[in-house]
Design a protein around this ligand. Structure first.
Ligand SMILES: [Zn+2]
Ligand SMILES: [Zn+2]
Ligand SMILES: [Zn+2]
Length: 277
């Protein structure tokens, strides 16, 4: 009497752990048993499953539950479960479900968990789903957010402290230099004004300090010189606008000079008289 395929299959098995029925015939590179029915070579577990429960529908794949519940199995060709023919150890699952859970049956194992790794319950109030359907713990997410915010704040504070310290050093090192630049630009060697404008220049420098890319002393001085000069220029420009434009809008060169004496042309940059009155 001719043996049925299932008889032939079962003759090529040996009992494994946890009720597995391990195929002992030819195994392919991926660790699946191979078996021929009607001159068609197929995976042994699929033949066993279909012989006992009927053909697997289109789009459905066969999954080994014995593999998914075995936390010690890392999968791959060495996985003994791939050769298991026990039909009770196999279920049909959609291909998309399988590809989603194919990291060691993660979805199957995770679905059984009632609490997050930190012990918070996976209940309706404390759970949200990620795009891939994975459950996330709200409490943990909240605490992670809190941690990130605290870290960002600490970084900002450290940066601010660093900026203040470096600027204090800059002020000590370059105050004389900036005063010299300002003094060369103000008119009449006006020391009181030079002091005010030096202070103003450092206020501007402080505001621009986070964006300052100067590294060498020469670069730092060039950067400060530009700021100091603009501070002086703006000082006289403001004066011109408020005092003189009403009477002589074209005479911007006369900035800072009383109208009745403004016969000469003055350099805005140095305040030197360029033409005689
Ligand atoms: Zn099994
Ligand atoms: Zn396995
Ligand atoms: Zn949690």
């Amino acid at each position: 009497m001719k043996k049925t395929p299932i008889d032939r299959l079962l003759a090529m098995t040996t009992p494994g752990p946890n009720g597995c029925v391990i195929f002992t015939g030819h195994v392919d590179a991926k660790g699946y048993g191979r078996f021929s029915v009607n001159k068609q070579n197929a995976r042994a577990h699929r033949v066993a499953f279909e012989q006992m429960t009927g053909p697997a529908p289109e789009g459905m794949g066969i999954v080994h539950l014995c593999h998914e519940v075995d936390q010690s199995c890392t999968g791959g060709p060495q996985c003994l479960h791939r050769r298991c023919l026990n039909p009770r150890h196999m279920v049909l699952r959609t291909r998309s479900d399988i590809s989603r859970g194919n990291t060691k049956g993660a979805s199957y194992v995770n679905a059984a968990k009632t609490h997050c790794p930190q012990g918070h319950p996976y209940d309706a109030a404390n759970t949200f789903r990620a795009k891939d359907g994975a459950r996330n713990c709200r409490t943990c997410a909240r605490e992670r957010g809190r941690g990130w915010r605290a870290q960002a704040k600490a970084r900002a504070t450290a940066r601010q402290l660093g900026l203040r310290e470096s600027f204090a050093a800059l002020y000590v090192a370059q105050q004389g230099f900036v005063t010299g630049v300002v003094l060369a630009e103000v008119r009449d060697r006006n020391f009181a004004l030079a002091e005010d404008l030096t202070a103003e220049a450092f206020i501007r420098a402080w505001k621009a300090w986070p964006k300052c890319r100067a590294t060498t002393d020469a670069q730092v001085r060039a950067w400060l010189r530009t700021i100091a000069r603009h501070t002086v220029i703006d000082h006289y420009r403001v004066k011109r606008n408020t005092v003189e434009t009403a009477t002589d809008p074209t005479a911007w060169q006369y900035a800072n000079q009383p109208v009745e004496q403004s016969g000469g042309c003055y350099s805005v940059r140095s305040g030197r008289q360029l033409t005689p009155a």
